[in-house]
Design a protein around this ligand. Structure first.
Ligand SMILES: [Mg+2]
Length: 389
């Protein structure tokens, strides 16, 4: 019998992170991380709801708890339940690993690599001076970056936005040639009317991928996109929940890279999605503009799944620099030892520590806890209609 769960707690800390700790009756604590910060109250409520079914249960029965958290309650699915369940499940893996003295990737088949390539963001929500920002990243050792393609775009008459994107892509290629890979995130903002023109214009710049070129609720969009975009790798999946979502996506064909977010799927589900993607000959680039626990969990999967090709991270991301009047905090700030999440030449080294391979500084987390709330203000088109953010 494994130790019993005695407490599950949420810790809301700057810049906009929700850490979740699970403590067992042998005194160990494991860490997870929930997202969906603009719906923070709902996420905290969902964690509280799930906690009622877990306290007093064996911490080691992870798959059973994951099933109950995701399938119980009759009404199920959705990102709120998803992230609450993911954060707890990840903390249970951290506990299991710490108790066994093993890294989670060692428990899931063992390492398949010693380093894992990473990429950083350049620009912000409203794309700016990307050349200077890319230089900082290159000087820090990275050879892959991602940037937003556009701000909000009207359904018709987006030629200026396309021209601006072409100019930015061109200035990056002029400055750095093909020595860096550049991923373009469309964030579901680009209407299909604009998409077909945009894709043709950016093709010569050979982006590493285009991301979320269509919204996730457009069920048949991957097949449509594959016809529109035959020469640029297509990536998507950060808002999808589980194997069933990814199965639907990959069965359509057309997607080349899936981007599950471990703070939505959970660690074990991310590993299962990656294994399933392998059978579709689809690469995995886990989504992670999140905090350190989410990144550490994602890395554990990356080091045991051969088709994980690159890992996103939030170091220096615009949100971390103080967002919506919230204090700044960056990726490494809550770690007792920053080395496990540091990179060399833009690569993570295989984590050596037990569990998630990081040690959260619990005192620092406790002193940073604050009841932050993000404004819900989104974007609007010129005529006042809702615009995708
Ligand atoms: Mg994205």
């Amino acid at each position: 019998m494994s130790p019993l769960i005695i407490e599950i707690r949420c810790h809301t800390v700057p810049p906009r992170w929700i850490f979740v700790s699970v403590t067992t009756d042998d005194g160990l604590t494991g860490w997870g991380e929930a997202i969906v910060p603009k719906r923070k109250s709902a996420v905290l409520g969902a964690v509280a709801d799930l906690t009622r079914g877990l306290v007093g249960k064996e911490a080691g029965r992870i798959e059973d708890h994951a099933q109950a958290m995701r399938k119980g309650g009759f009404f199920r699915r959705g990102p709120i339940i998803g992230t609450a369940a993911a954060s707890i499940e990840t903390a249970l893996w951290d506990l299991k690993g710490k108790r066994a003295g093993m890294a989670v990737h060692d428990m899931l088949g063992g390492p398949v690599r010693e380093t894992l390539r990473s990429y950083c963001w350049i620009g912000g929500d409203k794309p700016g001076d990307v050349v200077a920002h890319a230089r900082e990243r290159i000087q820090a050792g990275f050879d892959a970056v991602k940037m937003n393609a556009t701000a909000s775009v009207p359904t018709l008459g987006a030629a200026t936005a396309i021209d601006e994107l072409v100019e930015r892509m061109g200035s990056l290629r002029d400055a750095y040639g093909m020595s860096i890979d550049i991923a373009l995130d469309l964030h579901g903002r680009v209407p299909r009317t604009v998409l077909k023109q945009l894709i043709r214009e950016i093709e010569p710049f050979r982006p590493m991928w285009i991301e979320e070129a269509t919204l996730p609720e457009a069920e048949d969009s991957a097949a449509m996109l594959a016809r529109l975009c035959p020469h640029i790798p297509i990536a998507t999946g950060e808002r999808l929940l589980d194997r069933w979502d990814f199965k639907r996506l990959m069965t359509q064909g057309g997607v080349d890279i899936v981007q599950p977010d471990v703070s939505i799927t959970g660690l074990f589900e991310l590993e299962k999605i990656a294994r399933m993607a392998e059978a579709f000959d689809v690469a995995v680039a886990p989504h992670c503009p999140n905090g350190p626990v989410s990144l550490a969990a994602s890395l554990q999967v990356g080091f045991c799944c051969a088709n994980v090709s690159i890992q996103e991270q939030s170091l220096g991301l615009h949100y971390n620099k103080g967002y919506a009047n919230l204090p700044a905090a960056d990726l490494l700030d809550y770690l007792a030892d920053t080395a496990p999440l540091g990179t060399e030449s833009g690569r993570f080294a295989r984590p050596q520590g037990p569990g998630l391979g990081i040690e959260i500084d619990a005192e620092k987390v406790a002193s940073a806890e604050t009841d932050w709330s993000l404004p819900d203000a989104g974007w609007r088109h010129e005529d006042g209609t809702f615009a995708e953010w």
